[in-house]
Design a protein around this ligand. Sequence first.
Ligand SMILES: NC(=O)c1ccc[n+]([C@@H]2O[C@H](COP(=O)([O-])OP(=O)(O)OC[C@H]3O[C@@H](n4cnc5c(N)ncnc54)[C@H](O)[C@@H]3O)[C@@H](O)[C@H]2O)c1
Length: 321
Amino acid sequence: MNILVTGGTGFIGRWVVGRLLRDGHKVWVIDNLANSSIENVNEFLDNKNLQMVKIMDLKDRESLHELFRETTFELCYHLAASINVQDSIDDPETTFNNDTVATFYLLEECRQQQVKIVFMSTCMVYAKASDEHGIDEQSPIKPASPYAGAKIAAENMVLSYFFAYGLPAVVVRPFNTYGPFQRTGGEGGVVAIFIHNKLKGVPLNIYGEGTQSRDLLYVADCADFVVEAGYSDQLNGEIVNAGTGKDISINQLAELISKEQVPIHHIPHIHPQSEIQKLLCNFQKAEKTLSWTPKVTIEEGIQQTEQWIQSTFHRKEPFKS
Ligand SMILES: NC(=O)c1ccc[n+]([C@@H]2O[C@H](COP(=O)([O-])OP(=O)(O)OC[C@H]3O[C@@H](n4cnc5c(N)ncnc54)[C@H](O)[C@@H]3O)[C@@H](O)[C@H]2O)c1
């Protein structure tokens, strides 16, 4: 197939691109590099099926339209977004424009060419898990931050194009994802930040009490899930979750990563009002419809991530973290 990946030089995007190329598809990547580096796709640049890595902002409607005029896509994975909760609280307009408005522009192009779209939403749209059954696709949602609000708005637009125009569309909600290529600074995730601090010998800082929990999904498992959701015809017009079915508190995560090598500190939460206390995924729907299950344990995933972060310290051109 001819496949477009937006946000394809980003952390999860580059793993999605890798899987699609391994599956033999022709892949076009667009990204404005706002939160990523072209280096993330370096290892694919020699692949003859990688058609284009275009540095482009999705809000540039003219260029987007031209791309869809030039190329007939069969599938579009839409991962480009502003992803930081705190940034969305400080500057909601940027997140709204990148996550909702840009999604609308892309949807319009997909509608005109009848291109199936996989919309990358997030577990951050949910209210907290209330029991060990975990969060399934029927669980209550809550726009606790402008990031979650913008994603919910975009999800609804995507699904409306399925109902109103019959556009094949699926909304995927992966839980918190970690692994190699995630940024290790403020724009990254908790696992990358903790490992980076451990390797640098500086304390791990936990916001609040550290009792908040996350269901941490290894990035290769996440990418497989996202890609397979696009291949399936069963999920059009639907929402589907992916996670591991196990959650870990941030206190436990810090201990697992630190291994008593660096101190663990608790500091005041920067956005307590937008914190989700318990995120635990119920992924039965993905298992049933896609035969997808996560393969990598948290211990293996942390090891892989640590090896990768360590390797970036020795590069001649430092990885932008
Ligand atoms: N990381 C997670 O834990 C997680 C979990 C669930 C869902 N998601 C979602 O997955 C997607 C990818 O997230 P990620 O963690 O890889 O983050 P990321 O920041 O690495 O990837 C997003 C990419 O989109 C690009 N981008 C942003 N705005 C753009 C615009 N207007 N035009 C073109 N490109 C633009 C960025 O430069 C970046 O490369 C996002 O939609 C995010 O909401 C992430």
